[in-house]
Ligand binder design. Sequence first.
Ligand code: ADP
Length: 611
Amino acid sequence: MMKSLLIANRGEIACRVIRTARRLGIRTVAVFSEADATALHVRLADDAVPIGPAVARESYLVSEKIIAAAHSSGAEAIHPGYGFLSENAGFAEAVQAAGLVWVGPSPESIRAMGLKDAAKARMIAAGVPVTPGYLGEDQSPERLQAEADAIGYPVLIKAVAGGGGKGMRRVEGAGDFADALQSCRREAAASFGDDRVLIEKYILSPRHIEVQVFGDKHGDVVHLFERDCSLQRRHQKVIEEAPAPGMDAATRQQVCAAAVRAAEAVDYVGAGTVEFIADASQGLSADRIWFMEMNTRLQVEHPVTEAITGVDLVEWQLRIASGEPLPRRQEQLAIDGWAMEARLYAEDPRKGFLPSTGTLEVFELEGQARIDTGVEQGAVISPFYDPMIAKVITHADTRDEAREQLAEVLEEAVIWPVRTNAGFLVQALRQPEFAAGTMDTGLIAREGEALMPPERPSEDALREAAGALVGERRLAGFRLNAPPRRTASFLLDGAAIEVVGSQPEDEGAEAVLISEAGQTWELRHWRITGTGAGGAGDGAILSPMPGRVIAVDVAEGDRVAKGQMLLTLEAMKMEHGLIAPFDGTVGALETEVGAQVSEGALLVRIEAEES
Ligand code: ADP
């Protein structure tokens, strides 16, 4: 077994690899960019080497820097994780040429599976069923169109060099083909530097089924059963599980055997995943399941396979890279229970899933689950890398239990102020088709809004939080529905809302977080806006009560519009915004930030516009 290992990655996968290596007594070396100097993976590793700027192109993606880091730190082997350089045959070659152990398949295997068309051709030769289509020897638009017409619509145009869901176009009819081809080629050229495409029959009711395989350096290959990754958004996996719902033993046997043949056909060594697409319109059946591609690395969703097989896949990778034989034979592997994984992203589902960056001031994610993460409370989510912040994995006797357990853990997550998709995941996990295991890859697109998490907390949660802000006694009074009741304004994530409650008192918190259904909101103390006592008539803005000026938004001579915020006063732990009573000019500003003012004090005078 190797004695030291450099992990050419970051985030949760770097942390995950480090944990297994440590358990096996291997010294670990992390690499890190300037944005990751204090990251968890750096602190977990025995050693860490800086490799340059935050942008991955200048750090995590630079082979020479990674190899130099291995040499300088005395690491014997390199684990690439997933993404970054993990499927880069040139990197694998460079690692080996540098006399280091590469934890992964040979550069030849990576190349053989790297282009979708060549891989499909090889699979056909190996007797693996592939999606009906045209492999594109002739790339002329006329020929491609004729092939698409012959396959029958809808068809899918795929960039042969594509990956990560990019470079694909669904075409509904012959009339749309030419335009779709052009736009797919443009995207393929821009993203992969290769504009060649292939054409596949578009499978209706598609399910994504993939098989975990492992090969060793002695020519043996086993499979570790299938995963179902059909819940996708824009061809990206969202929730994964193992085994696949509705997979009977005979179908499983055939699909897994096909995956083993696929791996054998390219002399596969290490962890790999053979991806299939199933036409699930009439359930899962081996004659409607076709090879799509092989991923020559460890997958993001590998933990669900670990959960049901009891195998540490990273341990197997390290043993196999060290030359050991496969730790178990096929007949020693079995499925135990059901596992499900959700990918937790720092993104805002309500804003088109836009990544959400910033400091994780609150990061509470726990429960009956395995949580693979690369961040902790206080960490910064930067715009430089993939916004996945954690994977949450549950394992139970049945699918329903694993699913419900996962929903519960996500529901109780408290993450703030960074937005996450936790609430969206909870909705997806409880969506009836998904719950029944009859989903296909189009489910999220079809459901759309129905999967959106609630925009604001429930009235109960709001009232409780409002009560916490105004003090226990008032809360009790409120619960008894005791008069007088008032409508008061709060700021929910900065936006004014009304809550029916009682007057605030001078105790209670400044702000509280409301967590519900996987969402977290901030409720701030009352903010009352007004023009100040006596202010409306002559433009004199007077302090309505004794307090402290905490913000001044205008300067002398400024033109202001009616309703514009002039300054903010803090009194009795409430903020009072004072606004302009009419259009005008700031004639005199009699106060400043930090000033203590008494009731009735003149703060600002607004002079009316001469008309
Ligand atoms: P990538 O390499 O970009 O991940 P894949 O070929 O693995 O692309 O396909 C990604 C996803 O696109 C699949 O998981 C599936 O949801 C969908 N897909 C791929 N091929 C087809 C097809 N022939 N019909 C319908 N959907 C498909």
